[in-house]
Design a protein. Structure first.
Length: 159
C-alpha cells in the first residue's frame, strides 16, 4: 500500500511539472513599449507576422496591454489595421475595457503599479502565406492617453 502512495505522489508531481512546462504554441510575439507611458495618436505600433505555414493553419491573435491602474480612460479606443501579403487591407475600430463596472482594473496585477490585460482579437483565424501586418493606433478622437506602458501582440497556433 505504501508503494502505491509513493507511485501516486510521483505521478502527480511529474504531471504538475509537465503542465507547468507546457506553454502555448506561439508563432509570433512582439512587444512595443511607450515612452513615458504615454500613448499618442502619432504612435502606430507595427507587428509583422511572416506566415510560412500553409493556409490551413489556424491562429489566435492576442493583444496584451500593460497599463497603470490609474489610467484615465474606462476603455482603450484603438484602430486595428491589417494588411495581407497581397495588399488586401482592413481597419477595425475596437474598444478594450480597462475597468469593470466597479471601477476596478481588469486583468492581472503584475505589481502595485502595473496591470496586464490580455484580449483575444481573433479566434481560429487563417492567414495568407507571406508577410501579414498588424498596426494599432489610438482612435482618432483621442490625442493621447497617459498610463499605457506597452502593447504585445502574439499569434498562437490554434490547431
Amino acid at each position: 500500500m505504501k508503494q502505491f502512495c509513493y507511485i501516486g505522489l510521483f505521478v502527480g508531481l511529474v504531471s504538475v511539472l509537465f503542465q507547468s512546462c507546457e506553454g502555448k504554441d506561439v508563432a509570433y510575439e512582439k512587444t512595443y513599449a511607450f515612452e513615458n507611458n504615454l500613448l499618442t495618436k502619432n504612435e502606430h505600433p507595427r507587428f509583422e507576422f511572416e506566415n510560412t505555414a500553409d493556409t490551413f493553419q489556424l491562429y489566435n491573435v492576442v493583444l496584451s496591454v500593460v497599463h497603470e491602474p490609474t489610467v484615465s480612460a474606462f476603455q482603450l479606443p484603438l484602430e486595428l489595421g491589417y494588411r495581407s501579403p497581397y495588399g488586401e487591407s482592413v481597419s477595425i475600430p475596437i474598444a478594450i475595457p480597462l475597468y469593470n463596472n466597479k471601477f476596478q482594473p481588469i486583468g492581472l496585477m503584475r505589481s502595485d503599479s502595473l496591470v496586464e490585460l490580455q484580449q483575444t482579437l481573433f479566434y481560429a483565424n487563417s492567414f495568407r502565406k507571406g508577410l501579414n501586418t498588424f498596426e494599432l493606433a489610438l482612435d482618432s478622437h483621442q490625442d493621447s492617453l497617459f498610463g499605457i506602458v506597452s502593447f504585445s501582440l502574439s499569434i498562437e497556433r490554434a490547431n
